[in-house]
Design a binder for this molecule. Structure first.
Ligand code: HEM
Length: 417
């Protein structure tokens, strides 16, 4: 198969359960032009180079009308009501370039302090145990609906400072907005209308919440971002309200489905290789290594889209200025030139610098939090589920190719400990 049709195969939901053989074929041509002018990059060395290259922009994303495979519907939601010439200044910082990206990210990193993230471990443990208690008396659960889905959204709500009574509403918005995340899926009119309605509602809710955080500051991220620091000039020390809303929505959507998929993919993989499930049950200290290997082996974010803002010669071809570029992180993670025996799940590998959290300036802000959530969840599930079995393998997947994960993961088990 030529590499031109291979990426189309990757996007095809029929191949969602196992895209890895397609990636292996793609890697024969590390940088491959698609029919619509998109360039797909599939090898570790080339992805690692481009992800830190300032000639690759996150800001000027491909136009969904022009590029069938790489146009990005969610960016439309943020900018729809705004005049074209100031559009790009109103995207959340994942879709911005320096210097704006760095300024906004710096403010978020300060609010997302290591101390605050560490404190979330305790809350996550309580939430995890509450969810597992609900399995009592059942012989079968859907891990996605009953566990993986509610956990991260509740954690983000607590971190941002969303009042508990508004959490169900927030979860509903997160689910709806996730449908706009897939770069290659042009939403039908009904979904598009729902997304717009949802974006309006969540923006209004957040604007009210921000006002409350200014009146009555609390110990949470939104309070810190809304009030800024007292020193220095206002423009660099504080976000304007538009950036605040965009950032809060970003934290919600970037931190939700990704973590759902990490937990679900992990349980699926561990039950396929039960010796590792047993190892985790016997010794929770292996959890961090196991999670790193999971981020390499089954990464929740399979690829990211960028735009070339100059001609870029690489691996024998030249990516022309204005071409969309797909960085196929999940394929780089299985590149035999970087990882020995890459298709083997091996938590003991010594040099595991995977691309699961991206790289360069946009490296995942939530990585420490995601690691804590996954660790707490997996350790508790391994300890408390007695003899869990997969009911269906492979499970049904969500249609998305970029944020890839099961829609359901039915497990049967012999009660909880
Ligand atoms: C960026 C993966 C969890 C917030 C990224 C990127 C990846 C990623 C691959 C790079 C995007 C790019 O290069 O364009 C993941 C995975 C997660 C996870 C696999 C879970 C397992 C989280 C959580 C949060 C979060 C829990 C926050 C609550 C962000 C933000 C960015 C980001 C704000 C943008 C950073 C920037 O543009 O500078 N994530 N993420 N992520 N992630 Fe995560």
């Amino acid at each position: 198969m030529s590499c031109t049709t291979l990426f189309e195969q990757v996007l095809d939901p029929d191949n969602r359960a196992n895209p890895y053989p397609l990636f292996a074929e793609l890697r024969r041509q590390p940088v491959c032009r698609q029919e619509d002018g998109t360039y797909v990059v599939s090898t570790h060395a080339e992805i690692a180079r481009l992800i830190s290259d300032p000639r690759i922009s996150s800001e000027d994303l491909p136009d969904p009308q022009k590029f069938r495979w790489t146009g990005h519907p969610i960016t439309d939601l943020f900018v729809r009501p705004i005049r074209a010439e100031i559009r790009r200044r109103h995207q959340p910082f994942i879709f911005r370039d320096p210097p704006d990206h760095d300024r906004l990210r710096g403010l978020v990193m300060r609010a997302f302090s290591p101390e605050r993230v560490r404190r979330m471990r305790e809350e996550t443990t309580d939430l995890t145990n509450e969810l597992i208690e609900k399995f009592a008396g059942k012989a079968r659960i859907d891990l996605v609906d009953d566990f993986s889905y509610p956990l991260p959204v509740t954690v983000i709500c607590k971190l941002l400072g969303v009042p508990p009574e508004d959490e169900p509403q927030f979860q509903g918005w997160a689910t709806q907005l996730a449908t706009a995340l897939e770069p290659n899926q042009r939403a039908d009119a009904e979904t598009q209308a729902k997304n717009e309605q949802c974006f309006t509602e969540i923006s209004e809710f957040l604007r009210d919440l921000i006002a409350k955080k200014r009146d009555e500051p609390q110990d949470d991220i939104l309070t810190d971002l809304a009030n800024g620091s007292d020193s220095g000039d206002a423009d660099t020390e504080r976000m304007n309200d538009f950036d605040l809303v965009a950032t809060a929505v970003l934290l919600l959507v970037a931190g939700h489905e990704t973590t759902v998929n990490l937990i679900t993919n992990s349980v699926l993989t561990l039950l396929r290789f039960p010796e590792h499930w047993q190892r985790l049950r016997d010794d929770s200290a292996i959890a961090p290594r196991l999670i790193e290997e999971m981020l390499r082996y089954e990464p929740p974010v399979q690829y990211r889209t960028r735009l070339a803002i100059a001609d870029i010669p690489i691996a024998g071809v030249t990516i022309p200025k204005d071409a969309p570029v797909v960085l196929l992180l999940a394929s780089g993670n299985r590149d035999p030139n970087r990882f020995a025996d890459p298709d083997r799940f091996d938590p003991d590998r010594s040099d595991n610098r995977h691309l699961g959290f991206g790289g360069g300036l946009h490296y995942c802000v939530g990585a420490p939090l995601a690691r804590i959530e996954a660790e707490v969840a997996l350790v508790a599930l391994a300890k408390r589920l007695n003899n869990p079995r997969l009911v269906e393998d492979p499970p049904p997947y969500r249609p998305g190719a970029s944020l890839r994960g099961p829609r359901h993961l039915c497990l049967s088990f012999d009660g909880i400990a």
